[in-house]
Structures are given as C-alpha cells and as structure tokens.
Design a protein around this ligand. Structure first.
Ligand SMILES: Cc1ncc(COP(=O)(O)O)c(C=O)c1O
Length: 328
C-alpha cells in the first residue's frame, strides 16, 4: 500500500491553549469539570478550525494552489477562519455560503467581508442539491483565469484537516501529564465530525485510555458516528495508520440539538449566561452552548463520573445573531 506522509503543518494557531478547572460550575453541577481553551487559538482565527487549516493549507501549498474554495452556513466559523488564514498566507479565498433568507452583514459574515473573501450566496435548496456542481463551476472559473483551486469540504473535516486534532490530542495529553490530571473523558461539540475524528485517532495512536465523547449539534447519534467513522477510516487509509476503529467505539450524545442546527432554545441561552456569569467564559449558541447544556444535564443525572475535560472549540462570533434573544 502506498503511504502518504502528512505535510508539515503551517503555524497559524496560538498553541498550546490553556487547560484549567471550572471550579464554580463543577460545584453547581456536581462534577469535576476542566476546560481546554481552544476558543483561544487566535483572535479572528479563533476556535477549532484553525488547527485543521494548519494541515489543509499546508497541503494546498504543496499542491501549488493559489485559491481556496470552501463552504458552510451563512455564519460558518470554518469559513471565517479560512478567510483569515488565507488573508494571512496570501491565498485568494472563495466562500460558498448557505442562507435561506437575505443575510445581515454581522458576526462571521462581516468578518469574511473584512478579510476580503469572495462571497457566493446560495439557497438551502441549491446547497443541498448541487454543492459539488457549485464547487466545480467555481474551480473551473479559477482555472480559466490561470489559477489553481484547492477545495476544502465543509468544516475542514476530512482525513487531512482532522490531523489538527490528532496533534491537539497530543498537546492535551502532555498538559494533563504536567498537571497530574487524569481525565476519564474529553467532550466536545460535533458538527462535521473532524474534531471528534482527530481526537479519537490521536487517542488510539497515543494508546491513551481516555474516552472521546461528543455532543451532536446537527445529526442523530447514528448518522454522526457514521460521519466520524468515515473520517477516521480515510485517515487510516491515506496515512496507513496502525489503528482500527468501529462504529461502536464512537460515543455521541444526541439529545441536545433542540429545534435544529443553528437554532437555540431557552435552555441553551440560559446555559450560555450561566457559564458567562459563573466562569467568565463565553460559549456559543450553535455549538459549544449545546455541548455544555449536554454536559450539564449528563452531570446532574450522574452520567459522567470522574473527571471530564471539555474542549471549548470557539464560535464566539455566532453569538451576535442571537443578540435580541440573549438580551431579553
Ligand atoms: C465553534 C465550533 N465548535 C465545534 C464545531 C464542530 O466541529 P466539527 O465540525 O469538527 O465537528 C464547529 C464546526 O463548525 C464550530 O464552529
């Protein structure tokens, strides 16, 4: 079998990000809760996406691309991080943004604009029925103008992007060793699956006995586990990794999606305020707020014994679309 070697990643994220205990909510929620602050990987490049981009953009450079095309929801954190990473490195950035209604220039969308990304707005119907066609059309246009496009899938979640979280797992392991911390599990929010996939592959490669658990914000348990399994398997195939994963090893909690992706109900908004007011930390309404709501409920039910390390994956700019609900 031909083994691909992962390219040396670019240096975009401010790492290692801190780990500390959440003393006040640990007391309130009857747990031993710690946090890994990947909301502090940068200022505008903040969150989990930048770790994936370190690998994806290194690959794009190796392929001699000059233009990055990627996609996501109108307030996508991944698109915003890609726009800024491209601005920093000197790639042209084209974003395909999904929106059911005309969008206000705020939050991540405003930042994409500031970073100079070329924005293409598509309806939900177009996005879900013809995303590949839209990518191909844009890549062909880049080529006919003498450029070379590199396409990054939604969330940067493929076998290359997920390496960002293999390395993050190694970073976490070293920090836990230094802190004499023995987490029973690492919990994160999951959307496109790359973060969970990278953490799981990392734990297996490192032979570290820590459970990787994610709280789904998009799909049910089974579908999410299938997506994560697909990403880990693509890493195994591409890089000939000596690990083996089955669907039953992928732990997903799916009871906290609420009314759907990017919709936040009162429980989510309340937990965002509770974390802000008790720990001075901001979680977001689309990803990390739902994951923390899941953590809180599972802790209070007594389902998460021992020590839990929550991976804060960022998302702060998504807060502003919910300003009226949050302020009320
Ligand atoms: C803030 C935040 N947290 C978590 C996630 C989920 O990560 P993944 O897509 O790797 O599952 C995302 C993805 O967009 C995100 O923006």
């Amino acid at each position: 079998m031909k083994t691909t070697i992962i390219n040396t990643p670019l240096n975009l994220a401010h790492t290692p990000t801190p780990i500390h205990r959440l003393n006040r909510i640990s007391d309130k929620w009857n747990g031993d809760l710690w946090i890994k602050r990947d909301d502090m990987t940068g200022s505008v490049l903040t969150g989990n996406k930048v770790r994936k981009l370190e690998y994806l953009l290194a690959d794009a450079q190796a392929e001699k691309a000059d233009t990055i095309i990627t996609c996501g929801g109108i307030q996508s954190n991944h698109c915003r991080a890609t726009a800024f990473a491209c601005a920093q490195i000197g790639f042209k950035c084209i974003l395909i943004l999904r929106s059911s209604s005309p969008a206000e220039m705020e939050g991540n969308l405003l930042l994409n604009h500031l970073a100079g990304a070329e924005l293409h707005f598509v309806s939900n119907e177009q996005y879900y029925s013809d995303l590949t066609g839209i990518f191909n059309k844009l890549a062909t246009e880049v080529k006919s103008n003498g450029g070379k496009a590199y396409v990054i899938p939604e969330g940067g979640s493929n076998g290359i992007g997920a390496w960002g979280y293999v390395e993050a797992l190694r970073e976490i392991r070293k920090q836990c060793y230094d802190l004499r911390l023995k987490p029973n599990r690492i919990v994160c929010a999951t959307g496109s699956g790359g973060t969970h996939a990278g953490l799981l592959a990392g734990a297996l490669l490192e032979n570290w006995d820590v459970e990787i658990v994610s709280v789904s914000v998009c799909y049910d348990k089974d579908e999410t586990a299938g997506i994560i399994l697909g990403i880990v398997n693509s890493m195994i195939d591409k890089f000939n990794l000596n690990i083996c994963v089955s669907k039953s090893m992928i732990k997903v909690i799916d009871g906290y999606i609420g009314e759907g992706y990017a919709k936040a109900n009162k429980d989510v908004l309340d937990v965002i305020k509770e974390v802000a007011q008790n720990e001075g930390i901001v979680v977001d309404p689309v990803y990390t707020g739902k994951a923390v709501l899941g953590l809180k409920s599972e802790l209070l039910k007594g389902e998460l014994e021992g020590t839990t390390l929550f991976l804060h994956t960022g998302g702060v700019f998504g807060l502003f679309s919910f300003r009226e609900k949050l302020a009320s």
